[in-house]
Design a binder for this molecule. Sequence first.
Ligand code: THU
Length: 137
Amino acid sequence: MIDCKKLINEAINAREYAYIPYSNFAVGAALLTESGKIYSGCNIENASFTPTNCAERTAIFKAVSEGERNFVAIAVVGGKHGEKVSEYITPCGVCRQVLAEFCSKDFIIISAKNETDYKEFTLKELFPGSFNKESVL
Ligand code: THU
């Protein structure tokens, strides 16, 4: 059973570290591994725009770089800095592609406004027909 509240709270905390001088849109993510560890991440923008890294990819790259490759769920919280989160946001296309590299079709994506108001999706729902390693290997 996934502790959604805990995962969402970790995402809310990570959101505080968002580096967002260009968009002022702060995102936090918290990724749960099969072993029960949580890796958090925030979005990190750049003056050259393209190198900007989303919160979800920050979390997954942190985890993979520490030897984790098996994931159960990710919580995502995002909105304008300093305002109440009013939208359910879901990972962008690039992040969906990165998630699909490591996560199964039934990986859970929790899109939250706060710890009690959230929606759950599977990766398959958000990223059907994806191109993945089975095609290449
Ligand atoms: N962003 C994320 O971090 N995650 C998402 O799911 C959507 C977008 C970031 C990228 C950029 O820093 C800002 O939000 C506005 O697009």
